[in-house]
Design a protein. Structure first.
Length: 147
């Protein structure tokens, strides 16, 4: 199993590798560059040697005890090894330590593997939103209470 640690600003190339291999249309390089700067206190990366394997980006919602899982990505060749679960657990621990009481995420309704993982980790579907990210970009909003 790789080591999992907090993100830092030197992780840009690692994050970009994970993102481009994991999603056909993921976050922009600008946003990837900003993740460790804006969300580094509660976001984590899995690395073995010099090989980045996955990351979880999380954020506290300003002025509340709500938080969001912004992204959970594992490079295809490292999937089905428990890494997504380990990253999600670490992200949830970091959010709980930062004072979050409930966590939300969005997931494509056809991403059965991710939905099953989230359900196993205690998330439940709170709503389905058509066009969440624009036309044809429907999402399920899932929620987990941390207390």
């Amino acid at each position: 199993m790789p080591s999992i640690r907090k993100l830092n600003s030197d992780d840009f190339n690692y994050l970009l590798t994970i993102e481009t291999e994991s999603f056909s249309s993921g976050y922009s390089p600008y946003f990837i560059k900003m993740i460790p700067i804006l969300f580094g206190n509660t976001s984590y990366i899995a690395i073995k040697g010099h090989s980045p394997q996955g990351y979880v980006a999380t954020a506290l919602q300003q002025g509340s005890r709500r938080a969001w899982i912004l992204s959970l990505a594992v490079r295809p060749k490292y999937r089905q090894l428990g890494l997504g679960k380990a990253l999600l657990e670490r992200g949830l621990q970091g959010l709980a330590a930062a004072g979050a009481r409930e966590v939300f995420l969005s997931v494509a309704p056809d991403n059965r593997g991710a939905i099953l993982l989230y359900e196993k980790m205690g998330f439940s579907c709170s709503q389905e939103v058509s066009g969440y990210f624009g036309p044809g970009e429907d999402r399920l909003i899932m929620k987990k209470d941390l207390i």
